[in-house]
Design a protein around this ligand. Structure first.
Ligand code: ZN
Length: 211
């Protein structure tokens, strides 16, 4: 990305298990999982500095978000666009699990800059537009079917299927997922020390925080 003046830095941040579950969502997720015993739930030991990890700019807000991790052939990876795309890819080749299972989560407050907020807002707006755009196609097609299939221009049919469904909706889902990823963790090797792939200015701020 053009935002990086240098290579992204690998910033190690200490983490610890969360004791006790905080939300009903946690409980539901654990009880629904067949391998719930293997699920981990982590939090950072220290709050992150007031610098956004993606752009290295001053944070204007902190977003509270639970980050999910999935067990992929590459290890325990943060849920994100790459994991989903590889999941779809392998799903096309063989049947079975397309998206790798969730094995744990990380709770925290993530510093975001004005650029992060603009990016997320834009991507969410794009995803919503993609979803909304196809909605009028449905009644239009139903009316056209009443009139007779001969009256439907094939372009409209293709626009609906496979254009909007499933391709458009799939792209919308992936766009939402991209909008949600405003901090990037490396695969978890050691649950006590997580790695953030961050802007060098963020790395410097973390180093300074530790003194
Ligand atoms: Zn940012």
């Amino acid at each position: 990305m053009a935002n990086y003046p240098a290579e992204p830095a690998e910033v190690a941040v200490p983490a610890q298990p969360r004791y006790g579950m905080e939300t009903v969502g946690d409980m539901l997720r654990m009880s629904n999982s067949r391998e719930w015993r293997d699920l981990f739930s982590l939090e950072l030991q220290q709050p992150l500095p007031d610098i956004c990890s993606e752009h290295g700019l001053p944070a204007v807000d902190r977003w509270v978000k639970v980050i999910l991790f999935r067990r992929t052939p590459r290890g325990i990876e943060q849920q994100g666009l790459g994991v989903s795309l590889r999941g779809f890819g392998s799903g096309l080749v063989r049947t079975g699990h397309r998206i790798p299972p969730v094995v744990g989560d990380l709770h925290g407050e993530w510093p975001v800059c004005a650029k992060c907020i603009r990016r997320t807002t834009l991507l969410r707006w794009l995803a919503r537009t993609l979803i909304i755009i196809g909605l009028p196609l449905l009644p239009a097609l139903l009316i056209a079917l009443q009139l007779g299939v001969d009256h439907i221009h094939p372009a409209w049919v293709v626009a609906f299927f496979p254009g909007w469904f499933p391709v458009g909706l799939l792209v919308a889902m992936l766009t939402y997922q991209t909008a949600d990823q405003f901090i990037r963790f490396g695969p978890i090797v050691n649950a006590e020390s997580l790695t953030i792939r961050a802007h060098p200015d963020f790395a410097a701020a973390v180093a300074e925080q530790r003194g």
